[in-house]
Design a protein around this ligand. Structure first.
Ligand code: PLP
Length: 500
């Protein structure tokens, strides 16, 4: 097997690890002109024990370090590869991309810098900011309050259900749009939360996380050149998914302190070409929750102009200061709304990637068409376990909220004591602050300083805007960490973060 990984810390450009026998690739450097590193043009790969050509996967990071491609050839490939060329035209057939850090190689490795190739529709995108920050956190031993994954585990009863499903042999492809039990559980929870009765067979589609629900919705329902309105700052996958669908993106900026929707701007943005408005409530990264007036205003605009709504509600159960409202539940809206959600945030199981989209049959048709050819189906045993999770009594969600409220208090009070301007966050496990009291020129510079000099990771928000300038004063912290970790991060900031 070939494992591809990208590191963003500039430690090495890439390595080819041949085993057994271990071949020091420095020996293979005969095949390249002395002293040359590959910048563009052909890059090397392995043929007959020599490096000839290797695929490409480099991206510049926002901190200017170079991403890395690590290619590892395993024993089996090595054995069969003496006459075999690695077909770099189809790296995905033989390669997996991993963001897991790779242990330092024991032996010297060949430094290569293969050229970047990417389709036009994706060329503006970089390694996601979350990967970059998590890698930097590891490198600098920083406390990671950047990426939104809990550093504690999901509930035992859900994990046990997954183990049971595996043991019971629920291990082959699932039905494409979801195992029936999960479709029913999703419909059941939706009914409980919104009062809407949906047909689990015709209106619920299980996807690989909400991320896939987003992509399937875009690819299945948006035509090239359709306009889609999003609110900045926005979750970064929206822009990429819309770009893959060939949509024209119109972005409306939500501004601090309350990040409320500028309704007149929104009205002005809707045109005869507007196909959809994408909303996210509770909202990542600000923690804003769309209130009923805002949702009604969006609903009226959509009904008047025959526009769809794509509503990302992955944080619906992390609504602390207001009740979550699904826009689909407003009069006249269900038939024009795709509601997307997932298990990850609510059950602290972000690695499971079980998500779903709920939509009336005429919209489900399009998104299922896309889903059928993106993943077709997602993990069978985890779907069975997800069904069990969704049937959990309300007391689970109440406890989850209590825990998060305590965590949020530690972080928010701590950040205020450190000297940040902390903007109110009503939901999600994020809080956005203004970093400018500390005198760094922008959010990226601030986050770099925070990681290297203070040992804490935050996410620069400028990556969540079409115009990065709009986010240059703001950074996002997450509180989905155990209380001690949050306290330690606050202590580090109190001790080391100085106004400049
Ligand atoms: C707003 C939002 N939508 C979607 C996702 C992705 O969800 P999943 O992990 O289920 O793909 C995230 C994850 O951070 C998110 O913050």
């Amino acid at each position: 097997m070939i494992a591809w990984s990208r590191l963003d810390d500039g430690r090495q450009f890439g390595s080819v690890n041949l085993s057994p026998p271990r071949i020091n690739l420095a020996k293979c450097s005969k095949t390249q002109p002395k002293g040359r590193t590959w910048h563009g043009g052909s890059s090397p790969s392995f043929q007959n024990g020599r490096i000839e050509r290797i695929g490409e996967m480099l991206r510049p990071s926002i901190f200017g370090s170079t991403s890395t491609t690590v290619v590892t050839l395993s024993k089996s490939l090595y054995k069969s590869s003496s006459k075999r060329r690695i077909n770099t035209n189809y790296p995905s057939a033989m390669a997996t991309i991993s963001t897991v850090p790779i242990e330092k190689e024991a032996e010297p490795t060949l430094k290569i810098n293969p050229p970047v190739q990417v389709a036009k529709r994706l060329e503006k995108f970089k390694t996601t900011i979350f990967t970059q920050m998590s890698m930097l956190a590891i490198k600098h031993g920083a406390i990671n309050l950047g990426q939104g994954f809990p550093n504690f585990d999901g509930p035992e009863f859900v994990k046990e259900a997954a183990i049971r499903a595996i043991r019971e042999g629920k291990n082959q492809y699932a039905r494409g749009y979801g195992v029936p039990d999960l479709n029913s559980a999703v419909a059941g929870r939706f009914r409980k939360d919104t009062g809407l009765v949906v047909d689990p067979e015709k209106e619920v589609t299980v996807t690989s996380g909400c991320t896939e629900a987003i992509v399937a919705t875009m690819l299945g329902l948006i035509n090239p050149d359709d306009e889609v309105i999003i609110f900045a700052p926005f979750y970064d996958s929206y822009e990429a998914a819309l770009s893959m669908a060939g949509a024209k993106i119109k972005s409306i900026t939500l501004r601090p302190p309350d990040f409320s929707i500028p309704i007149n701007e929104l009205k002005a943005a809707v045109s005869k070409n507007t196909r959809a408005i994408l909303i996210n409530t509770p909202h990542n990264p600000t923690g804003k929750m769309f209130n009923v007036e805002e949702l009604n205003a969006i609903a009226s605009l959509c009904i008047e102009n025959d526009v769809l709504v794509f509503s990302d509600e992955v944080y619906d159960k992390l609504a602390f200061e207001a009740d979550h409202i699904s826009i689909a539940s407003l009069p006249g809206m269900y038939e024009r709304t795709v509601t997307m959600n997932s298990l990850g945030k609510t059950f602290s199981l972000t690695g499971w990637k079980i998500g779903w989209a709920i939509a009336p049959p005429h919209l489900t048709w399009g998104l299922r068409q896309a889903h059928s050819f993106i993943t077709f189906a997602t993990s069978t045993p985890l779907q069975w376990a997800a069904a069990e999770a969704l049937r959990t009594p309300d007391s689970y969600y109440e406890e989850l909220k209590r825990d998060y409220i305590a965590k949020k208090a530690i972080l928010v009070e701590g950040l205020k004591a450190v000297g940040f301007t902390v903007y109110p966050s009503s939901g999600t496990y994020f809080v956005v602050v203004d970093h400018t009291p500390f005198g760094l020129e922008n959010d990226v510079a601030f986050c770099e300083y925070l990681i290297k000099e203070v040992g804490v990771v935050a996410i620069p928000t400028s990556v969540f805007y079409l115009n990065p300038e709009d986010g240059k004063n703001l950074v996002r912290f997450t509180f989905c960490k155990d209380e001690q970790t949050l306290k330690d991060a606050v202590d580090r900031m109190k001790e080391k973060l100085r106004r400049r």
